[in-house]
Design a protein around this ligand. Sequence first.
Ligand code: PMP
Length: 365
Amino acid sequence: MTGTKKNIMLTPGPTPLPPEVLAALSRPILHHRTEAFGEIFQFVLDAMRRVYMTKNRVLMASASGTGAMESAVVNLLSPGDEALVYSTGAFGDRFAAILKAHGLSPAVISEEWGHAAKADKLAAALKQHQKTKAVFLQQTDTSTGVLNDIKALAAAVRASSDAIVVVDAVSSLAAEEFHMDDWGVDVALTASQKGLMNAPGLAFAAISERAWTLVQSARLPKFYFDWKTYDKSLKARETPYTPAVAMVAAQAEALKLIEKISLKGMWKRTAVLADYTRAWARKNGLELFATDPAHILTGVRLPDGVDGSSMLAEILREEGISIADGQLNLKGKIIRIAHMGYISKADLDAGFAALEKRLAKVQAA
Ligand code: PMP
């Protein structure tokens, strides 16, 4: 029956899709070495440049966000290179894990989950690690709903080192204010299934000229994710390997919608839903998790005695509403309500009603 029921997704990726995007996913498949596909692909790359707020080259591969993260590591660094990760949650830790998987030993600084990265702490760490080639950051760490001030962090890197700034904007792009060029970001990574309002499966990287000089000399092994190969195909408006063609067509539709709403309109939409959710939490006596909260997601602490995991499983089973659980040691203790992409106030209302009903039951017991 689940296939026929209307499910409501309040999860921070995948997110619900606008009808125009769903329709594009069901159109006949184009061959990828054709004029017709080339035109769509070129539009996607040009529109992505506008979403990133950059004049830099943008590359696309068929992968999820983690693929974009790994592609940055292998294309920017060589064996023995020094790298610094500033982790504010599970996705910062993932950058460190990817670097280690490729034989590097990154310096890792971190904040307690829910707290944002601090520019002065980053500058101090870079003074200690002067050979750092690349600094890895998240704009929003989706594990907690924290927002990092990328403008201030990138400025701190520029002021204290020659390292390039790599930003995971997987859960923030098109949903939170982001200015790649004005903020001095060298590499910005994202994926299709969150603020970009598409199905999961496309990964994007925007790369500055400064970062491209590293790409040309980076010696970590790679094949599928070699950015130089993708770059060479751009002239022919192609990707080197068969792309997820249906998803590229769907991404074009989503980007047209984003342009219609305007980027500012998208950022505002996310902020309005975040304010609405924070007000709901306050009204219900629920504490917000992040001290430096993002707009893309609200993490809400559950009262003691509530088993969040079984409550969310029941809400999904009985009402078809998906709400994200906490990750790792926050599992069952917080819930994560997303605001990015095509999520609407009505979707939130349905989620709030389902939560209130069950929280009231626990409180009455
Ligand atoms: N970084 C962030 C900030 C994310 O939110 C996610 C996905 N939740 C990822 C990276 C990884 O993306 P994926 O699951 O698409 O591999």
